[in-house]
Every structure is written in structure tokens, then in C-alpha cells.
Write a protein that binds this ligand. Structure first.
Ligand code: FES
Length: 583
């Protein structure tokens, strides 16, 4: 029979455990629910009314960043059992950044649907989210947020530092460097093959401050994971301890009725935005946090990103903007040190999953390496954060990461050299006859949420080979695409509305003048309105990408970048209640 429950310490009366609707009865349906579960060797006392904890696992061999999650889940289960809970692991669709085509972002919302429906349909009282490779983190948070049960996040942890011929090399960041070196002849193919294994030499996700490390830091700064979750290397035994402690803690969270919406408040999102600036985090966090907030009905906007991040210096000297990697970051003290340094920017009372405030978790953090995590008074870069640009080329906004850009290009006017699509770019970018100068601005269209489809990470496309050979290292690039968090450059991204829905980007032609003025947050196309109107009248939409299946549903309902790229009918939540039995 269900055990009696004490009142919640977080202000709401204790809820009857959801799982008792399945296991705590004596009728035909409860017999069915228990009997089939017992075919796994589960003793009867596990069905006695203890909290049932769902471990939502994105393990997959085609998601190499999450390939160690089966083992980590066993440590979570041990913790759940130690705390008197009943762990049940379940798989959801996984998203492997390195293999999936055309881009994992096409499927983020599909995974979020899978997570949401899997949680709601099953007898879970609390949820553990196992997240790692880029999109697995926002997808799981989004789906779980729409159910709003007690939930704790665990990140899989970064790979060990890449080591190549005596130097540290970083995931992604050195992919761009090496492939450019191959183009200029500085590297040979055999060097590149050797570097492959040296870059990815342990379990874990990208170990630069790319999207995975950024999102793991977002999880911790939102208060959704135990302290130090973001940086412990995947293969460090302390990652296993964190899993075990999270397993123990989620059982307590169920007893306290500490649901997601009590942690994910507007203040929590503001803390995460500030932390993103201080770590030099990925631009991808912008769309993901907008989407997660949307699931909870919290009003987070693009302008919050600019307003809150503008004065936050970047303290963390990590690739792609800096020198070090996540392993160094962890040994220096990890995210709690950063949060302690930016004390004046954060909401100290924001609640976290361990029942303590963010400040209580971080106030005693010690910085063991001030080269890796610089003090606020002497920051690695004065300007962290994400700049949100507006103007007639991006009426609904575009983003740029100042800490990854070239300072002299932050205010620049130039001639547009336009590529109509990714195929057009591939066909012409390395053509020796391409009419392009280093002062030009490269424009790439039709790579937004609908145009590609799926909003790929192609915004940091490589410079023309002939300019690379001349030693040019950066040019302004503007697109409606995203950029890998491991990439760098003066790259304007997420331009909204995108070209494929007839946004102004669709109207740019080679030879137009464009001004980028980051200090003034401006992105302006110098073409008069009458001429733009003529071009608008000539513009024709792309043919549909598919007449069936997920791609059709996605293209018909996906929101633009400034709204988080969720599907319009998935915004908000439906709670965890299910009205009907299955039999
Ligand atoms: Fe998985 Fe970078 S490819 S985190």
C-alpha cells in the first residue's frame, strides 16, 4: 500500500504519487501493470508505493558523445535504490551531432515530443534526464518542462583534452583549423587522419566551450543539476559519484514536490543568460533557452539576452575563443567559481535541485587556476554575452558572439557577396574566379529553420580558398543559419525572419552595401525601400521540402529563431495528468 507522505517543504501540499495510479491498486489493471514488469525480475516490494523514478536516457552508439550513458545510468539507479526509490530507465530518440543529416536541430522538437509523451504516459513520479551531445540537452529539458514533474538533469561530461603532437586540441575548433590548414597546404591528409584519433580520445561530449559544454553550464546555472555537473570529465570517477548523488536526490525531490517550475523561474533564466556571457558560451543557447522558457510560459526574449549579457565580461579562457579546454576548467574549480566571480550579476536566491540557492552552492568556490578562470577585475575578455542586432536586414533580430569575433570587423561596411543556398555556396566559394575581396561581406541564404530545413550549423562557413591562401583569417558572414558552438569568427547568425519565409535576407543581391555596427547593435542593408519592394514582388518561395512525415509537420509549424524554433503547437505544457487507463 502507498506510504503516507509528509508535507512538501516547498509550499505545496504533498501530491499523491502518480505511480500509485498504476501500481498501488488491487484491480485488473494494476495486476497487468505489475505482472508484466515482474518479468524483469523485480521483487514485489518495489511496488509498495515508493517513488518511481524515470531515467530518461539518450544513450546511442550513433551518438558517440552519449555512448557511455548506459554505464552512467547504473550509477543513477544505485542512488535511487539507496534513497528508497524504484528506478526505471527508458530510452528516447537520441541526436548525434556528428552523424545525423541534414542536421540534428531538425529533430530537437521531435525528441522533446518523445520525452514529454514518454514521461506523461508512464508511471513516473520523478525524472532524471541524461543529456550530453548538443541537442539532447534542450530537447530533454523542453519535453520534461511540459510535464512539470520533479526533475534533475545530469550531463554526460566532456571528453578529456585532445592531445596532438604535444599540443592541446579542441573538439570542433580544431576541425575548422585543420581543414583550413589542409586547404592551404599546411597540413597533409596523413596528419589529419592522425589528428582524428588524438582529438576524440575518451568518452564524453565536445570538450571546448561548444554547445554541449555551454548547455551543461546552462543546466547547472538554471539550478537544474547538482553543483559541478557542467565540467566533470566524462571518464572522471567523480562523474559517477554525481550520477549516484543525483539518483539519491531525485527521490528526495519527489517527497518535497520540487517540480521543475519551482526552479525554472524568470530569475533562473536570467542567471543562465548572465552565466552564458561569463563563460563565452555558444550562440545556440539563445534559441534553446527561449524554447525551454516557452514550455513554462516564462517571458524570455532576445532583448533579455542583449540587456543582461551586454556588461558581463567573459572570464573563461576556453576554446573556441581562448586557449584551454573543459578538463582544465574543471580542475580550476568549474562553474561554481564563475558564478561566485559574477556575484553582482546573479539572482542569489534562485532555487536549485538540491534545495539550496544558487549562491549557497557557489559562494565558497575556490579558483585553483586564474589563467583558466580569470577574476572579474581582470577578465579574459571585456565583452562576453551575445549581441542582438537589428535593422532593416534583421527586423526580428540576429545574433553575434563578440568574444569569438575579430575586433576590427565589429564596425564595418562592405559589399555583399551573396550565395542563394548552401549548394550555391559549395559550388562557388572555392572557385578561383569568384569575385570577392577580404573587405566584402559574405551572405548565405535559405539555411534557417524552414529553409534548410532544420536550422543547421553552417553560418561559420569557410572563407574562399583564394583568400585563405592570402592569409585572410576572418570576414563578416551573415546568414539565417546557426553556428557550431565550437566555431569562431565575425559571424551574424539567426537572422530573422529567415530568407525562406520572405525575410529581408531573401532580397539581398551581390553588390549591395551592408553595414554591421555591433556597438550600436545595427545590421543595415543600404538599398532603398522602393527597390526592396520591387525585389519582394519578384521573390518566390522555395518548393516544399517534403509532402509527408515529420519534415512536413516541422516545416508547417516551426517558429522563427527569435521565438526559439519550437513548433507552434508545442509551446506551453500539459502537466503530467492522464485521464484514462489503457485497458
Ligand atoms: Fe556531440 Fe559536440 S558532437 S557534443
Amino acid at each position: 500500500m502507498p506510504k503516507s507522505r509528509k508535507p512538501s517543504k516547498h509550499g505545496t501540499p504533498p501530491r499523491k504519487l502518480r505511480s500509485t495510479e498504476w501500481f498501488g491498486r488491487h484491480d485488473r489493471d494494476a495486476l497487468v501493470h505489475r505482472s508484466w514488469m515482474k518479468n524483469q525480475g523485480l521483487p514485489h516490494d518495489l511496488f509498495d508505493g515508493r517513488p518511481v523514478i524515470g531515467i530518461c536516457n539518450t544513450w546511442s552508439e550513433v551518438t558517440p558523445c552519449n555512448a557511455h550513458f548506459r554505464e552512467l545510468a547504473e550509477h543513477v539507479k544505485a542512488g535511487v535504490l539507496e534513497a528508497g526509490g524504484f528506478p526505471l530507465e527508458f530510452p528516447v530518440m537520441s541526436l548525434g551531432e556528428t552523424l545525423m543529416r541534414p542536421t540534428t536541430m531538425l529533430f530537437r522538437n521531435q525528441v522533446a515530443m518523445d520525452v514529454e509523451e514518454s514521461i506523461r504516459a508512464n508511471p513516473f513520479d520523478g525524472i532524471v534526464l541524461m543529456m550530453g551531445c548538443d541537442k539532447t540537452t534542450p530537447a530533454l529539458l523542453m519535453g520534461a518542462a511540459s510535464c512539470d514533474l520533479p526533475t534533475i538533469g545530469i550531463s554526460g561530461g566532456p571528453m578529456l583534452n585532445g592531445k596532438f603532437r604535444g599540443h592541446d586540441i579542441g573538439s570542433g575548433t580544431h576541425v575548422w583549423k585543420f581543414t583550413e590548414a589542409l586547404k592551404t597546404g599546411e597540413m597533409k591528409l596523413k596528419d589529419l587522419t592522425e589528428a582524428e584519433a588524438c582529438m576524440s580520445r575518451s568518452a564524453g561530449h565536445c570538450m571546448t566551450m561548444g554547445t554541449a559544454s555551454t548547455m551543461a553550464s546552462m543546466v547547472e546555472s538554471l539550478g537544474m543539476a547538482l553543483p559541478t555537473n557542467a565540467a566533470i570529465p566524462a571518464v572522471d570517477s567523480r562523474r559517477k559519484v554525481l550520477c549516484r548523488m543525483s539518483g539519491r536526490r531525485i527521490v528526495e525531490m519527489v517527497k518535497e514536490d520540487l517540480v521543475m517550475s519551482k526552479i525554472l523561474t524568470k530569475n533562473a533564466f536570467e542567471n543562465a543568460i548572465v552565466v552564458n556571457g561569463a563563460i563565452g558560451g555558444s550562440t545556440n543557447a539563445v534559441v534553446h533557452l527561449l524554447a525551454i522558457a516557452g514550455r513554462l510560459g516564462i517571458d524570455v526574449t532576445l532583448d533579455d539576452w542583449d540587456r543582461l549579457g551586454r556588461d558581463v565580461p567573459c572570464l573563461v579562457d576556453l576554446m573556441p575563443s581562448g586557449r584551454f579546454l573543459m578538463e582544465d576548467f574543471y580542475y580550476a574549480g568549474g562553474l561554481p567559481v564563475v558564478i561566485r566571480e559574477i556575484e553582482s550579476f546573479i539572482h542569489k536566491k534562485a532555487l536549485t535541485v538540491n534545495g539550496r540557492t544558487l549562491w549557497q552552492n557557489c559562494r565558497d568556490a575556490v579558483n585553483y587556476n586564474t589563467e583558466v578562470i580569470t577574476p572579474l577585475a581582470k577578465p579574459f575578455k571585456k565583452q562576453g554575452g551575445i549581441a542582438v542586432l537589428r535593422g532593416n536586414l534583421a527586423p526580428d533580430g540576429a545574433v553575434l558572439k563578440p568574444s569569438a569575433a575579430t575586433p576590427k570587423l565589429m564596425k564595418h561596411s562592405g559589399r555583399a557577396v551573396v550565395f542563394e543556398s548552401i549548394d550555391d555556396l559549395h559550388a562557388r566559394i572555392d572557385d578561383p574566379k569568384l569575385d570577392v575581396q577580404e573587405t566584402d561581406i559574405l551572405v548565405l541564404k535559405n539555411c534557417g529553420p524552414r529553409g534548410y530545413p532544420g536550422f543547421p550549423e553552417v553560418g561559420n562557413f569557410a572563407l574562399p580558398a583564394k583568400l585563405l591562401k592570402k592569409g585572410v583569417t576572418d570576414m563578416i558572414r551573415i546568414s539565417d543559419a546557426r553556428m557550431s558552438g565550437t566555431a569562431y569568427g565575425t559571424v551574424v547568425l539567426h537572422t530573422a525572419p529567415e530568407a525562406a519565409v520572405g525575410g529581408p535576407l531573401a532580397l539581398v543581391e551581390t553588390g549591395d552595401r551592408i553595414t554591421l555596427d555591433v556597438p550600436a547593435r545595427k545590421l543595415q542593408l543600404h538599398v532603398d525601400e522602393a527597390e526592396l519592394e520591387r525585389r519582394r514582388a519578384r521573390w518566390t518561395p522555395l518548393p516544399p521540402h517534403s509532402d509527408r512525415g515529420w519534415v512536413k509537420l516541422y516545416c508547417a509549424t516551426v517558429l522563427q529563431a527569435d521565438k526559439g524554433v519550437d513548433l507552434d503547437f508545442l509551446v506551453g505544457g500539459s502537466g503530467a495528468k492522464v485521464g484514462r487507463e489503457s485497458h
